[in-house]
Design a protein around this ligand. Structure first.
Ligand SMILES: *[C@@H]1O[C@H](CO)[C@@H](O)[C@H](O)[C@H]1NC(C)=O
Ligand SMILES: *[C@@H]1O[C@H](CO)[C@@H](O)[C@H](O)[C@H]1NC(C)=O
Ligand SMILES: *[C@@H]1O[C@H](CO)[C@@H](O)[C@H](O)[C@H]1NC(C)=O
Ligand SMILES: *[C@@H]1O[C@H](CO)[C@@H](O)[C@H](O)[C@H]1NC(C)=O
Length: 639
């Protein structure tokens, strides 16, 4: 049965130049050794086709290694799990040494015979190592190659194995070369040596401008086992994001279809007739690999063509996103699995489809055939389904969030559309020690912001109040409303139900101690008006300092007149009422003057103090007082 499909050929760079294997590009990320000093440096790592590469981001972690561990067996418990405030563990595992075991491969949805060595480590699948590492609490896994060779891409296990775990791998996985692996192991072998590395995916995805171009390489055949199921669920889950991005003009999406052709020698064979259109020019493998039942390969090609035409017509009328509706609807209305497929099931008749029986090229499919050959930095498209983003072969699992993250990393920084900045895309780095950013201990207001690229330390805007600062050590509320947020960072204190504050809403920045206090506004202290002889100075006066003010009483029967700062005899003679009244009026007028005088006197005194201290400081170190002098100077200049 396999022979039916095997007749077909796919146009690749290999087919064109006649070499033995297709052009395959290994996509890489960087690994930088931060510690220890003597092996510091930058190395390449090859991204795996499974797991979640952190496109656009970085991860700093501690390397963990168990001697000769290939991680083919599950670890006991979670030995590599780290606490919230500790660096994540990056597990280094060995590829193993035994001779590569050959495995027979099924080839009906994908054509990856040459990938056999990319799939298997000697003992077990690469993906199983990653799964065991994840189960054991590792945040990422590096596989050290066992021989000296160029880096290769670790691939998914073949379908139909017992490999449900592959979809559940959500840590990054990469292969490093033998030499680099050996250097890490040597450093780790030293007792107490801490090896810290930084995995860096920022250059793994080009991000030249504010628009991302991406292609989804697919096939309308939905009956090819787990891979086709993955493809269907990806399309369904990603549709919402894809349409939003396309409508917003953020992306240019193009669906692509791998198309086979029938070699000349087989043109008249039953196989080619059933699997090809346009006289053997465009073919697809038969879904069931049986021509006597179900759908033929050529039904698949025609549906591919129809889907391409839906995109093309939609694109021409400014609605390229209709492709997503069409393909998702198609699976509901015309599922091949449900045997409900028919030629006019998808009723859109497209002039662009042309005549499948004609002995002629089809413009639409010809382009597909040519484009599947790699150009520039991209290799041939050999895996299905897959994505090409900004002309780079996407690595990692085919899952909505993971793919969106890769697309987001393709935007020039700060031009990402909103969908890239929502909570789903966060890396949760702020959960670890607040990402090293500023945080207000009282209100928990933080400068840490999780993004798909990793965390950013930027002073926040809270309740429309803006914070300014470096984001790491300090952020301060500025502008209108700032006093409502932690009192604008200024001093405030409450005693005996009385509150004083150094934050003035009428001023947009800075802090100033209120009347009755001295200090720089971040720390204010009560002025002792009595001791400083600023008020209540008359011989009969009894002065008592109060927090933020003072009380003045007179001896005996006398009454204190604040405005005059003096005591007068109390009189119960009603005829003297007018005189008292006039005193009160005068007092009120003079009071303001006296308050000003008191304040002036205080300022004069502190000014003189500061002058004296300034002179003294020329002769002796007064470091601990420097701040005070500074603030006093500021005050005196403010006068
Ligand atoms: C690890 O493997 C090497 C080479 O196979 C061997 O020489 C060494 O003894 C092994 N170490 C341990 C601890 O098993
Ligand atoms: C879709 O339209 C844009 C511009 O309108 C064009 O650049 C692009 O090549 C078109 N894509 C396809 C697949 O025709
Ligand atoms: C296939 O058929 C079943 C029952 O006949 C139905 O429940 C299901 O929704 C169909 N699936 C698709 C994709 O049409
Ligand atoms: C701040 O965070 C701590 C620890 O997470 C929590 O206990 C406290 O209630 C938080 N305070 C505020 C004001 O949210």
């Amino acid at each position: 049965m396999a022979g039916f499909a095997a007749v077909l050929a796919v146009l690749t760079a290999a087919a064109v130049v006649g070499s033995a294997s297709a052009r395959f590009v290994v996509e890489k990320s960087a690994v930088k050794v931060i510690r220890p000093e003597h092996i510091k440096g930058r190395h390449d790592a090859a991204l795996a086709n499974f797991g979640v590469p952190n496109y656009g981001g970085t991860m700093v972690g501690v390397v963990k290694y168990q001697v000769n561990s290939t991680a083919c067996n599950a670890f006991d418990g979670e030995p590599f799990k780290t606490g919230a405030s500790r660096r994540p563990a990056i597990l280094l595992v060995d590829r193993g040494d035994q001779k590569l075991r050959q495995r027979s491969m099924l080839r009906h949805c994908t054509r990856r015979a040459w990938l056999i060595r990319y799939l298997l480590a000697p003992d077990c699948y690469f993906a199983l190592k990653a799964w065991n590492a994840q189960q054991a609490g590792a945040a990422a896994v590096l596989v050290a190659d066992n021989i000296d060779e160029p880096l290769l891409t670790m691939d998914n296990p073949e379908e139909s194995q017992n490999t449900d775990y592959v979809d559940k791998i959500n840590i990054p996985a990469a292969l490093i070369n033998r030499e680099f692996g050996a250097a890490l192991k040597k450093a780790l072998a030293k007792r107490d040596e801490l090896v810290i590395i930084k995995l860096d995916w920022r250059e793994s995805m080009p991000h030249p401008d504010e628009r991302v171009e991406y292609e989804f390489w697919t096939n309308s055949n939905d009956e090819c086992g787990p891979r086709c199921d993955d493809q269907m669920s990806f399309v369904k889950n990603f549709k919402g994001h894809a349409q939003l991005l396309e409508r917003g003009g953020f992306t240019q999406f193009t669906p692509r279809y791998i198309t086979w052709f029938c070699p000349d020698a087989y043109l008249l064979s039953k196989q080619c007739k059933a699997q090809c259109i346009n006289k053997g020019r465009y073919c697809a493998p038969d879904p069931e690999q049986d021509f006597s039942e179900g759908y033929d390969g050529k039904d698949v090609v025609i549906e591919n063509l129809r889907q391409l035409c839906v995109h093309r017509v939609g694109n021409e009328t400014g609605r390229p996103w209709v492709w997503w509706d069409f393909v998702t609807d198609f699976h509901v209305r015309c599922s091949m699995k449900n045997k409900s497929y028919s030629r006019d099931c998808a009723e859109e008749v497209n002039r662009c489809m042309g005549d499948p029986e004609a002995d002629a090229e089809n413009d639409v499919l010809k382009i597909e055939q040519e484009i599947q050959i790699g150009h520039g930095s991209r290799g041939d498209v050999t895996i299905l389904p897959t994505l090409v983003i900004n002309n780079i072969q996407y690595r990692g699992k085919l899952e909505s969030k993971t793919v969106l993250k890769a697309i987001c990393a393709g935007f020039k920084e700060a031009t990402e559309p909103p969908v890239c900045l929502n909570q789903d895309m966060e890396t949760n780095e702020c959960l670890r020690s607040n990402g090293g950013c500023w945080q207000d201990p009282k209100s928990n207001i933080t400068a840490c912001k999780d993004t798909f690229r990793g965390r950013l330390c930027v002073c926040p805007v809270v309740n429309n109040v803006k914070y300014e600062g470096d984001g790491y050590i300090a952020c301060k509320a500025v502008g209108p409303g700032r006093c409502a947020m932690d009192n604008g960072g200024c001093w405030t204190e409450t005693k005996d139900k009385q509150t004083y504050s150094a934050c003035l809403d009428s001023e947009l920045t800075g802090c100033r101690c209120p009347n009755g206090f001295y200090g720089d506004g971040y720390k204010c202290e009560d002025i002792d008006e009595c001791k400083e002889k600023l008020a209540c100075n008359c011989p009969e006066c009894q002065c008592k300092n109060k927090w933020g003010g003072y009380d003045c009483k007179c001896k005996g029967d006398l009454v204190y007149i604040k405005g005059e700062d003096t005591c007068i005899a109390k009189s119960n003679n009603a005829s003297k009422f007018g005189w008292i009244l006039s005193i009160i009026v005068i007092s009120c007028v003079a009071g303001a003057g006296l308050a000003g005088y008191i304040f002036y006197k205080y300022r004069l005194r502190t000014y003189m103090d500061s002058e004296i201290m300034a002179i003294m400081s020329q002769y002796m170190p007064l470091d601990s007082h420097n701040n005070e002098i500074q603030s006093l100077r500021q005050e005196s200049t403010a006068l």
